[in-house]
Design a protein around this ligand. Sequence first.
Ligand SMILES: [Zn+2]
Ligand SMILES: [Zn+2]
Length: 248
Amino acid sequence: MVSYRVRDRYLSAMTQVPAPSPLGVFLTPVTPLQQNCTTVWCTRTNKAAVIDPGGAVDQVLGEIARRGLTLDQIWITHGHLDHAGGAAEMKEKTGVPIIGPHEADLFWIEGIPRQGQMYGLPEARSFVTDRWLVDGDVVTLGETTWKVVHTPGHTPGHVVFFNRASGFAQVGDVLFQGSIGRTDFPLSDHAALLDSITRKLWALGDGVTFVPGHGPISTFGAERQTNPYVSDRAMRSTPIARPATGPS
Ligand SMILES: [Zn+2]
Ligand SMILES: [Zn+2]
């Protein structure tokens, strides 16, 4: 049996959560872009969802089995290769539905094979979602409930998954520790991204811990303090107009 190295950076953040959480989380960085493929599960039912299976499908499924979890759903934040390139394979191997993103990312999803050739990942495939999401939708995983927030800017159909009971969000490529999503792609919109972050994400609460699509976890409150693009201070002065050049 192959042993898998799975980085479990969320555990250190969990030590700051006082009450027992109904939510479990492990991260598996996938593809050469080190995208944070995020497996979340309901600790009462052990039903799991994989958010953004960009690749390494067998590794993620192996870790789910090793932990005694049952994969129930695949959730997609946006149609970029590193987030969605393994969704078709994971659905074929497990039969679970693919949920998300917002329909405005269809052109990105259809372009995954072309993106894969550009990035040297010929195995990346397009997929057909079982459910497009819109702002305010609710998705259920076991006994956990998740609010869908439509956060256009990096891509037009980007969505964020938010679990209020655990103060936890998976925000894809909208917001990173110390940076924000790139907006130099077709149909990217820098002003819309700033609005998605400062109007929609900040409203979820400073205490929310988030996993970004790349890099370390953080909290919305910490980013409001220190993020050079979207801190409260930065937004009071002239916001940085140039797009961030972070991960895709
Ligand atoms: Zn992206
Ligand atoms: Zn990405």
